[in-house]
Design a protein around this ligand. Sequence first.
Ligand code: ADP
Ligand code: MG
Length: 282
Amino acid sequence: MAEEIEGIQQKHRIIGRADELAAALACVRLNRNLLIEGPVGVGKTVLALAVARHLNRPFFRVDGDESYSEQKLVGWFDPPIVLAKGYSQSSFIPGPLTQAMLESGILFINELNRMPESVQNVLLPGLDERLLFVPKYGEIAARDGFTVIATQNPREFVATSHLSEALRDRFELILLEYQSYDEEVEIVRLNVPETLHAHDDLIRTAVTVVRATRETPQIRRGASVRAAISMVELAAQFQGSDAIRRAARIALPTRVDLADDVNKSAYQIIDDIVDAAKKKAS
Ligand SMILES: Nc1ncnc2c1ncn2[C@@H]1O[C@H](COP(=O)(O)OP(=O)(O)O)[C@@H](O)[C@H]1O
Ligand SMILES: [Mg+2]
């Protein structure tokens, strides 16, 4: 197992996460549906994709949004073919759920909780009895190997519908937390252009800054490593000693939520965090 995990980390450029990768592999090998949950930018999508691709099964990806429909997920009848031949299996265009069920595939649903409830409901029988009923087509039975891997943000961060208890009950859960300082430094290095790899101070300061946003009482929801990646790339565009501060003022406001009772502006809070991080670095 350890060698296999190292192989995935190298091939799919994943820093750390050995335990989570092993857990995910174990679930999917048992054909259990897997839900990966954690705050924005924690690495849910990269982890899910790495596991799905590693298993070499047919793979279908769906990205959740509020306007996604049941029909898109299941499939639909093609009107011109229906006119010519009537309703039949040959006039049905299968959606990703149907395809994954018929081809022993993995259905990867990114941000499942952003899907409307009607879409979540259509998944239930597929996950549970491994059956799907399509009007005018008939019953579709999943072949062995059909598995769903889904990601979602935890409840407190989303305004959209939360998964029903029934649906949650069909998933095994892996909770992702933020990685260590050293791992986050490596993630940033991996994700910025090579010309910036030597800017060690800049990378470390950016990681220190985003980690501080998660600990500052004035911030309710802190930033992820994605913000650190942006900060490094932006700061490299600016000259002078305030390059990081300028980068932080652009990269952070969209990615943090202030606490309710703060009487400082977002810029003031960000500037304080950057100043403290620079002091720590020097
Ligand atoms: N363990 C990791 N190894 C390598 N890159 C990572 C890791 N975790 C996160 N990243 C990078 O951080 C960014 C956010 O990750 P992503 O999977 O999109 O987060 P999420 O889906 O949780 O919002 C991406 O650029 C991704 O490549
Ligand atoms: Mg994602």
